[in-house]
Write a protein that binds this ligand. Structure first.
Ligand SMILES: [Fe+2]
Length: 370
């Protein structure tokens, strides 16, 4: 047996067509991370989000401005211009735009045309990150941004980082809902052999998908064992919830405790990781990460140790997903098929949801996204 019979491949291909993938047009009516707040200063930052070129800057009253990065006069990127008193001056012919994107000055004439400008996007800074609504600014709905209380809670010690992913954001969301890969892709970092075989439960809701896994008893990898002191063989419980919260954020919550102590005597240690993928293009993704813990507070050495160890693991995902993307891109479409297993249930449901969201938003969009 090598490849399955053609009718089995055809059925697998038909099932895949009901899932979002790198060909699915983007979902614009939602919140995505545009940048970490500390990236945006009183200077121009060019960034492509969801295939749209934007220019970002911070005004003197600390508001984050996000504008379309193309002068409507002769299409010079506005990010190649200058920022003057909270307004943006095009570097080609000097047209000036205010923070709302309106053209307010044309140097070569005394009057400025009315109703000419660039698209302005709604932004919302919360904790370390700046969120952006990629649809029409007037339709921005803060109630659609999942709560992230721990990310703004000073009692959670936090660190942050960024990775450039050469793969579709859909596959990153899928990766995060499929933690069986910890035993393999992360065998040398934070995975353990028992992880893939541990019992799991799926939670499939309306736009909310989660995978729960209790790995008990287990031996913790150094990234968790050293800061918690749970260094013994088979000493620890590792209780994991991986949750797709929205198209812009996936949250992993983990509780550790000493499973050899009675419940009343054992301290618990909690970590959370916000994985925030923002598509750049169909096959490249800005990968923003905030990690937090509720123990070893005010301990910068532990923060640095955990951050370094975690990013070894997150880089394994980035490298693995880039290889996967290359394999997908280099397989003739008629020969490409994938099959799913039981542990894929939350990821399959999530990809169906993304496709349904996109089709509802732009029913006439083509099925290809470049
Ligand atoms: Fe991973």
């Amino acid at each position: 047996m090598t490849r399955p019979p053609l009718k089995v491949i055809a059925a697998a291909q038909a099932a895949s067509e009901r899932l979002a993938d790198r060909h699915t047009p983007f979902i614009f009516n939602d919140w995505y991370v545009a940048a970490f707040g500390n990236e945006i200063k009183d200077q121009l930052l060019a960034r492509t989000l969801l295939g749209r070129r934007l220019v970002l800057y911070r005004t003197s009253d600390q508001q984050v401005v996000a504008l379309e990065d193309r002068c409507p006069h002769r299409s010079m990127p506005l990010s190649a211009g200058t920022l003057e008193r909270d307004t943006l001056v095009c570097g080609y012919h000097g047209l000036r735009f205010n923070a709302q994107g309106n053209c307010i000055e044309v140097p070569s004439q005394s009057t400025c045309p009315q109703n000419v400008g660039v698209k302005a996007y709604r932004t919302h800074e919360r904790g370390a990150v700046v969120w952006i609504w990629m649809g029409e600014a007037g339709e921005a709905d803060l109630s659609k941004l999942p709560d992230q209380d721990w990310m703004v809670d000073p009692l959670w010690e936090k660190s942050q980082g960024f990775l450039s992913l050469q793969a579709s954001y859909v596959r990153l969301h899928e990766n995060l809902l499929d933690l069986t890969h910890l035993s393999f892709l992360h065998a040398k970092s934070f995975g353990t052999p028992d992880y893939a075989k541990a019992a799991f439960q799926s939670e499939l809701g309306d736009g909310q998908f989660a995978l729960l896994r209790n790995v008990v008893p287990t031996t913790l990898p150094p990234v968790w064992a050293i800061p918690t002191g749970l260094t013994g063989q088979g000493q620890a419980a590792r209780i994991v919830r991986s949750a797709f919260r929205s198209v812009g954020i996936h949250e992993v919550s983990v509780t550790f405790y000493d499973c050899q102590l009675p419940e009343s005597e054992r301290p618990t240690f909690r970590i959370r990781t916000a994985h925030m993928p923002t598509p750049e293009t169909a096959t490249t993704t800005h990968y923003f990460i905030v990690h937090g813990r509720d123990f070893a507070l005010n301990d910068p050495d532990t923060t640095q140790f955990m951050h370094d160890q975690l990013f070894v693991a997150f880089n394994e995902d980035v490298e693995g997903l880039a290889l996967q993307e290359q394999a997908l891109a280099n397989t003739p479409p008629n020969e490409l098929y994938e099959f799913s297993v039981a542990a894929d249930a939350p990821a399959v449901a999530m990809r169906r949801y993304l496709l349904a969201r996109q089709q509802k938003e732009t029913p006439s969009a083509s099925s290809t996204c470049k």
